[in-house]
Design a protein around this ligand. Structure first.
Ligand code: NAD
Length: 509
């Protein structure tokens, strides 16, 4: 599989991993992986379907039921995760470039992603290594020994999106392995390459054969089969609301555990006091720009809704629009490029439709709103779209309510703190939000009232592997990262031992 890990051959690669072997699809079907910067194929992978999925699940089931991994001492599992982190650091440059090319992000973003992937493996290794093996419960009698222990769930199906392909996979694979599970991962069909490469690193680190499976292929076949499969014990899905709902429905008949990390429509609330000095103004604008446009806005936690105090609006939006127009678009591996293309033609068409609907509903275009002219940095076939600022927006507009997942920032205004909170919470999602103010008490009041899984005060976007990540409302079910992100992959068992059993005599006869 090393060739496909390099990602640069147009010969079809065997990219389905079952029982430690790389295979072609049972059907023989293949799929071209396109470079979003020019729309041209740069790798060809196996296009798996339900048959390949069944084979991979059977192998993971066998490895769980009969293999050593679930019973491997925690210290050994932790050591393996740390070795994986070291290998990721070793291959950072190559993997970062591959992620950049596959997902259309800048090379630097690709490298940072790989650092974060390594951090996730290290964090979950350290977390399990530091745990005590069980919690003794006081049963109120010296004759009773009662302990609560954690065990792996079993076979985990891990389904991931295209925007942070390896990062999202690592938030599932690292805790799943730390807890002693086996798994089958299904990367997005648009961006499978770094996840394929990771499987080889897991083997190099010493993961026993059969513990890790991978099926490349589409959601409606491979993903749907994983979600419904009776031999899968847990499905953890990151992606859009529509697919996530289907996953939950498919998983219901077999009552498997379901974890969903879905979309967001994330507010960035800016109070006028946050911009009292020129320096503070520059910081708030700069961060609002970053919140909305990093990775061309294809970020679940993108600060796509700017909610700014009315008195500050004109100055803030003018500066934001001026800077948005200066963002350098191009192929992510080119020097000086600040934003890459969107991931696919389909994604760009979706963004264009949202902008058109916003303008029809009365939004005022302050920047972008079109494809850039092709240039030396931007091939005509690339899926580029200019960072777009839409002023005069309101919550009845589709572009404000729905997740665009592209470089589109909407602007709404408020006059009072109450109004700001009401607007920020007026979304069916609840993934993340930011609040900008130099008034500490106000910051904490607003943060306490925001119905979002992550709240940033005077910042936007950072996350920590040791802090839970996930959403309120339709942003999902469950949490990734942190101790709760490990707990997702565990069953809890209470073992109650009577050291001096006697008859109960409830029944007299
Ligand atoms: P998507 O829902 O189209 O696809 C996600 C994955 O699900 C892919 O692997 C896809 O093949 C698979 N899939 C599609 N239909 C399926 C089905 N019926 N059954 C099983 N699997 C199916 O999402 P996307 O376009 O790849 O990613 C973008 C979305 O992901 C956005 O909504 C974004 O907000 C969300 N996301 C959320 C987080 C988070 O942490 N909450 C992180 C990253 C991305």
């Amino acid at each position: 599989m090393a060739d496909t890990a390099d990602g640069l051959g147009l010969e079809a690669q065997a990219t389905i991993h079952v029982s430690g072997e790389w295979r072609e699809a049972v059907s023989g079907a293949t799929r071209e992986v396109l470079d979003p910067a020019d729309g041209l194929p740069f790798a060809v992978v196996a296009e798996g379907d339900e048959k390949d999925t069944d084979l991979a699940v059977a192998a993971a089931r066998h490895a769980f039921d009969h293999g050593d991994w679930p019973r491997t001492p925690v210290t050994e599992r932790a050591a393996l995760l740390r070795r994986v982190a070291d290998l990721l650091v070793r291959d950072r440059e190559q993997l970062g470039l591959l992620e950049s090319r596959d997902a259309g992000k800048t090379a630097e973003e690709g490298r940072v992603d790989i650092d974060c992937v390594a951090d996730a493996f290290r964090y979950f290794g350290d977390l399990v290594a530091a745990e005590s093996p069980g919690r003794i419960v006081d049963a109120g009698s010296p004759d009773i020994h009662s302990v609560v222990v954690h065990e792996p769930v079993g076979v985990c199906a891990l389904i991931t999106p295209w925007n942070y392909p390896l990062l999202q996979a690592s938030w599932k694979i690292a805790p799943a392995l730390a807890a002693g599970n086996t798994f089958v991962v299904k990367p997005s069909e648009i961006t499978p390459l770094t996840t394929i490469a990771l499987i080889d690193l897991l083997a190099e680190a010493g993961l026993p054969t059969g513990v890790a499976g991978l099926v490349t292929g589409p959601g409606h076949t491979v993903g749907a089969r994983l979600a419904e499969h009776p031999d899968v014990d847990l499905v953890s899905f990151t992606g859009g609301l529509v697919s996530g709902t289907k996953v939950a429905q498919a998983a219901a008949p077999s009552v498997k555990k379901v974890a969903l990390e879905l979309g967001g429509k994330n507010p960035n609330v800016v109070f006028a006091d946050a911009c009292a000095t020129d320096e503070d103004f520059d910081t708030a604008v700069d961060q609002a720009l970053n919140a909305a446009f990093i990775h061309s806005g294809q970020v679940c936690s993108a600060g796509a809704r700017l909610i700014v105090e009315e008195s500050l609006r004109e100055r803030f939006v003018a500066e934001l629009a001026r800077r948005a127009q200066k963002i350098r678009l191009g192929r992510g591996t080119e020097d000086g490029v600040e934003c890459g293309p969107l991931v696919s033609e389909q994604q760009r068409a979706k963004v264009e439709a949202y902008v058109a609907s916003a303008l029809a509903e009365g939004a005022v275009l302050r920047a972008g709103g079109r494809r850039p002219e092709p240039s030396a940095e931007r091939a005509a076939g690339g899926y580029f779209y200019e960072p777009t600022v839409l002023d005069q927006c309101h919550r009845e507009m589709r572009v404000v309510r729905e997740e665009v997942f592209g470089p589109v920032l909407t602007v709404e205004t408020f006059r009072t703190e109450d109004e700001a909170v009401t607007l920020a919470n007026d979304t069916e999602y609840g993934l993340a939000g930011g609040v900008w103010t130099t008034d500490g008490a106000k910051a904490r009041r607003v943060a306490a009232r925001l119905r979002h899984g992550t709240v940033w005060i005077n910042d936007f976007h950072p996350y920590l592997p040791q802090a839970e990540w996930g959403g309120f409302g339709k942003s999902g079910v469950g949490r990734e990262l942190g101790p709760a992100g490990l707990a997702e992959y565990r069953e809890t068992k209470h073992v109650y031992q009577n050291l001096a059993p006697k008859p109960v005599r409830w029944f007299a006869g």
